[in-house]
Design a protein around this ligand. Structure first.
Ligand code: UDP
Length: 411
């Protein structure tokens, strides 16, 4: 059965929902067109899939379109992505040309119809070239940690980015010196989606068994696209250290994203590193494996997100929401979600991750406590209802440029 707004009242209470409905009343005269680069795979698609129906139910005409791009374009934007995260990449003039050409093609072909154009991440950022001819309100929603970018890529993108009416970043550290207003809006998870809703223990057990995982033995799990910045090889290294002290199994599960051409190569490296160990389960999941992912996380003892660079890392909140202790790299938005020693552990190396995992595996009470704290923390900060409210407030703020306090009639 389809989830409706009313269902969220049971999770967050009626006051939160009343506030959201009231705010929607102030902005629903404007349509909101979201544009990103992939319909499936990765955090942005995950959020939009859930956000659009909720906004529509609130009466906001929200839509979602995806830019077009060929393999060469996505190879370039993946390199941009890594370089913006501060990871070394060689950026050639030819690559900049590919980006410009693809932008021109999308400018030609895309229908830009929203009153508010919500452009996600660098891939479609150049669509702002249409602003002088069509006007509208333009928001650049950057999900990447651009606090320490490769200057070559940032300087290339900056002339586009600075023409937006506003930019949105997931955390204050990500913002940059820019002549446009900047907003901080953290991403979120949907507690009622198949990825996160409660599951019967038999369902969880059934999924583990289907993948050959022993439900009676401890399980460490990382759910991620096969991407070097998610450090799956580092997770295997940690697991091998843990195994010297405790019995456990490792699950590395993930699929690809249409805009991520490196996945297949990283998957090969991971499979090679895992070979011959029957307790390492490398699972290549097809798109829309939400129930399976939910069950894999619920069936885990500890969740890993050992990223070496990260935007937000939705998988962290997804683990915390299920009452799991999460061990995460101390990077990007993972630092927003893991309060060290309270909702999980922040680590800086495979050794650090292994030490924390051994500590947790030998202390079920600590696992329970961190999981309980984590679930509460996500309820208060990282659920989709908070996110919807922030987007509505942003739409409202755009109508009151320069005003420090917005006074609403009727409140
Ligand atoms: N995910 C998924 N299937 C996969 C791998 C990941 O559905 O095979 C989901 C994951 O559960 C999370 C999102 O994709 O909801 C990934 O978001 P995150 O912010 O963790 O990382 P990103 O991929 O955006 O870098």
């Amino acid at each position: 059965m389809a989830v409706t707004l009313a269902d969220y009242e049971k999770v967050v209470g009626p006051e939160v929902m009343d506030e959201i409905r009231t705010l929607a009343g102030y902005v629903r005269h404007k349509s909101l067109q979201n544009i990103n680069s992939t319909p499936v795979g990765g955090g942005v698609a995950e959020i939009l899939t859930r956000m659009i129906p909720l906004l529509r139910e609130l009466g906001v005409d929200a839509t979602w379109d995806v830019i077009k791009g060929n393999e060469a374009f996505y190879a370039v934007t993946k390199a941009f992505h890594n370089a913006l995260h501060g990871h070394p990449e060689t950026i050639t003039p030819k690559m900049l040309e590919v980006f410009r050409e693809n932008t021109a093609m999308n400018l030609e072909e895309m229908k830009l119809e929203g009153d508010v154009l919500f452009i996600h991440d660098p891939q479609p950022a150049g669509l702002i070239d249409k602003k002088p001819t069509i006007g509208r309100q333009w928001i650049w929603r950057c999900h990447i940690d651009v606090s320490n970018p490769d200057p070559a890529v940032w300087e290339f993108l900056r002339p586009w980015v600075e023409r937006y009416d506003a930019a949105v970043f997931s955390m204050p550290d990500f913002a940059r010196e820019m002549p446009i207003p900047q907003f901080r809006i953290a991403p979120s998870i949907d507690p009622l989606s198949d990825k996160n809703r409660d599951l019967e223990p038999e369902v969880v057990r059934g999924v583990l068994e289907r993948f050959g995982i022993d439900p009676e033995r401890p399980v460490l799990t990382q759910i991620s696209r096969f991407d070097r910045l998610k450090d799956p090889l580092g997770v295997i290294e940690s697991y091998r250290m843990v195994r010297r002290h405790c019995d456990c199994q490792l699950v590395l599960a993930g699929g690809g994203a249409d805009d991520d051409p490196e996945g297949a190569e990283v998957l090969r490296e991971v499979e090679e590193a895992a070979a011959k160990d029957p307790d390492i389960h490398v699972l290549l999941l097809p798109p829309f494996s939400d129930l399976e992912i939910n069950a894999l996380v619920r069936g885990s003892t500890i969740v890993f997100q050992k990223s070496i660079r990260e935007g937000f890392g939705l998988t962290v909140s997804e683990g915390l929401w299920k009452g799991k202790p999460v061990i995460g790299g101390a990077v990007g938005g993972i630092r927003l979600q893991i309060i060290n020693g309270v909702t999980g552990f922040l680590i800086h190396s495979p050794e650090g991750a292994a030490n924390r995992a051994v500590e947790l595996l030998s202390n079920p009470e600590l696992c329970r406590k961190l999981g309980e704290n984590g679930q509460r923390y996500v309820r208060e900060n990282f659920l989709i209802t908070r996110h919807v409210k922030d987007y509505l407030l942003l739409m409202l703020a755009l109508d009151h440029p320069g005003e420090r306090v917005v006074r609403l009639a009727g409140i």
